[in-house]
Every structure is written in structure tokens, then in C-alpha cells.
Design a protein around this ligand. Structure first.
Ligand code: PLP
Ligand code: COI
Length: 346
């Protein structure tokens, strides 16, 4: 039995017991394999490494108040992975296979599923990549689908604590008609150095603008953006933003709470008009934003604008309400009226 301090979990890669693996070759998926070696044998020429033919998903599983186990909206992740795979030109697992392998990963790593009451969950990381050795820039019908997991607490080190963000004047995330709306591994590669620079300057997050005109808000490096204006939940409509399942859920939660929901282009100027702003995603859940600076991250002192939310980084009432509602449903404390919790039998 693993001895884990459930209350101090962050968000990290973790060596659990089992990775669940399937291999698509010669027109069909292999049997599902439970791998305890925690290693892959790969060809040095594989497309996944050279050309980033790789995509992934992230979803959470919760030990609920009544003792049952629930994955959160896994069918949405299955559909998003199928869309990413189609973009890359590689085979994707069916929805049934995706959900079955995620459930198998949970069941075969149960000792790493945080008990109820610790604000922690099990993060599932389904990964799909192209193992075929190839120099040509064309798709090849082979893929490895692997589901791994990690016990997870808070992404930024504390739950519902506000974080500072920077709009990096010298980096973009995604091109119009490019890869931004797909959950491709490659999308994250360009964020590592700007994140490092931003962290060194005291910012937890990067807020990217649309790269074509830099006049509209796109999303954070790790999550979607939302702003609160009166009783309205506003979130960007953009074809270079990842369609976040948490954001979709929050839009439904906000409507349930009697709020208006607007999904539309969000001009940069509008950042000055929100009473609260936040990031939302599986890993970050809801992260309220204390302020957003605009500056080049390669040049330290040059802040050109600042947008502030709440006095002294205080977490606003709407972020708090949304956070309590979504986590309440996930932990089985509130009724799951939309049928979002996919139960797993032990
Ligand atoms: N945007 C980006 C760039 C992300 O990496 C994520 C994380 O998955 C999200 C948004 C949020 O998506 P979801 O809520 O489906 O996790
Ligand atoms: C997730 O929230 O699932 C993600 O993949 C975001 C990543 C930056 C950890």
C-alpha cells in the first residue's frame, strides 16, 4: 500500500503501478495490456519524437462522498482525442475503448486514488502517439494509446488561491487555422521557455492573445480564460483555443446558477471591464486571477498595462461559487443533475 500524504499533493508525474496500453497496427487495435514496467521501447526514428505526432488528454477521477468512484465526463475527452488524432492523421481509440482503458487504469491503481475528504483526485493522462519510424511528412496508420495516472492535488500549490498572469508581448501560442484547438503535445512545447521567464518574474500564468491581430484574448497556457461582468460569465470564442471540458461545464453551471453566459470574441480592452477573471481546466480547476500585466517576458521592467481583479488578490464571490459547485458535483456532495459523473464499479 502506497503511503501518500493526500493533503500535500501537487500536480506531478508519478510512478504508480500500472499503465494501460494498446497498439494499433496492420489495421486493428491489439488486446489491451496492463504494463507494470513503466517503460516503452521506441524506434529512434519514430514520428512521435521527430515530428511531434502525439496528442494527449487529461481527466480526473474522484472518490466521492458516498464511497463510489466517478470519472468526470470521459466521453468528452474521448471525442476530443478522436478530433486531435484525425488532425494528426493517426488512428484513435473508440469512445468505448477510451473509457474502458481509463477505467482499467483507475482499477489497477486504486491505492493511488485519493480518499474522499482531501480535495485531491486521480488525474488520468491518456496519450496517443505515432511510434512508426519515418522520415517522410505523411501520416502512417500506426499508434500507441497509453493511459497513465497520478494522484493529484492543487496545480499551483493551493486550492482557490489567486494567481498573477502575464500577457507575453514576445510570444504567441497558436496560429489561425493552426493547431491551437487540438490537444496536441506540440502546442505545449512553445510555452516552456515563456513559462520559465514568467515564473521568474512572479507570474503563475501566461495569457495568450490571438496571434493574427493580438486584439483579442485567447487562453492561458494551461487553461481557458473566463471573465465575470455583472451576472454574466464571458469566455472567448476563438478557433485557436482548446475546447475546454471544464469551461463547457462551467458555462452549464453558471446557467444553472441563474447567470448569463456569453461565448464570443473578447477584445483585449474588455479585460478592464471584468470584476473577476479566472483560468479553468482539468488540472487548474478554477484559478482566480489577481492581476494581468502586459509586457514582453524577455525584457524585465517593461509593464505597459495592468488589469486588476479584486482587492489584494482576494478571491471573488463568483469564482468561489463556481468552484464550490463544480467540485461539489465532482466529489458527489451535490446532485449530479446533468449526468457528468461516470461511475466505475470496484
Ligand atoms: N487550454 C489548454 C491550453 C489546456 O492545456 C487545457 C487543459 O486541458 C485546457 C484549456 C482546459 O481543458 P479541460 O478543461 O478540458 O481540461
Ligand atoms: C489538463 O488540465 O488536463 C492539462 O492537460 C493541462 C496541462 C498544462 C497540465
Amino acid at each position: 500500500m502506497a503511503t501518500i500524504d493526500w493533503d500535500s499533493l501537487g500536480f506531478d508525474a508519478y510512478r504508480t503501478r500500472t499503465v494501460v496500453v494498446a497498439h494499433y497496427q496492420d489495421g486493428a487495435w491489439s488486446d489491451i495490456r496492463l504494463d507494470e514496467s513503466f517503460s516503452f521501447t521506441i524506434d529512434p526514428f519514430m514520428q512521435g519524437l521527430h515530428y511531434a505526432i502525439s496528442c494527449f488528454e487529461g481527466l480526473k477521477t474522484f472518490r466521492q462522498k458516498d464511497g463510489s468512484i466517478a470519472m468526470f465526463r470521459p466521453e468528452k475527452n474521448a471525442a476530443r482525442m478522436a478530433r486531435s488524432a484525425a488532425f494528426l492523421g493517426i488512428p484513435a481509440p473508440t469512445e468505448d475503448m477510451f473509457i474502458r482503458m481509463c477505467a482499467l487504469c483507475v482499477k489497477n491503481n486504486l491505492e493511488f486514488l485519493p480518499p474522499y475528504g482531501h480535495q485531491a483526485s486521480m488525474y488520468l493522462r491518456p496519450l496517443l502517439f505515432a511510434p512508426h519510424p519515418q522520415m517522410q511528412l505523411v501520416p502512417y496508420p500506426e499508434a500507441i494509446f497509453a493511459v497513465m495516472c497520478a494522484p493529484a492535488g492543487s496545480y499551483y500549490g493551493a486550492h482557490l488561491r489567486s494567481a498573477a498572469a502575464v500577457i507575453p508581448g514576445d510570444f504567441d501560442r497558436a496560429a489561425p487555422k493552426g493547431t491551437g484547438s487540438y490537444k496536441l503535445s506540440a502546442n505545449y512545447a512553445g510555452t516552456f521557455v515563456p513559462y520559465k521567464l514568467a515564473h521568474a518574474q512572479g507570474y503563475a500564468e501566461l495569457l495568450y492573445l490571438n496571434s493574427a491581430t493580438r486584439e483579442y484574448v485567447d487562453e492561458f497556457g494551461s487553461s481557458n480564460f473566463f471573465g465575470i461582468k455583472g451576472d454574466t460569465y464571458v469566455t472567448p470564442l476563438s478557433d485557436s483555443v482548446l475546447p475546454s471540458i471544464t469551461n463547457l461545464t462551467l458555462q452549464e453551471v453558471a446557467a444553472d446558477l441563474g447567470m448569463r453566459v456569453e461565448k464570443r470574441p473578447v477584445p483585449l480592452e474588455e479585460l478592464a471591464g471584468f470584476s473577476e477573471a479566472g483560468g479553468c481546466g482539468t488540472a487548474v480547476v478554477i484559478t482566480p486571477i489577481s492581476h494581468i500585466d502586459m509586457k514582453p517576458v524577455l525584457a524585465e521592467p517593461l509593464v505597459s498595462r495592468t488589469f486588476r481583479y479584486g482587492p489584494d488578490g482576494e478571491v471573488g464571490p463568483v469564482c468561489t461559487k463556481l468552484y464550490k459547485r463544480i467540485t461539489g458535483i465532482q466529489f458527489g456532495e451535490l446532485e449530479d443533475t446533468h449526468g457528468w459523473c461516470h461511475k466505475i464499479e470496484e
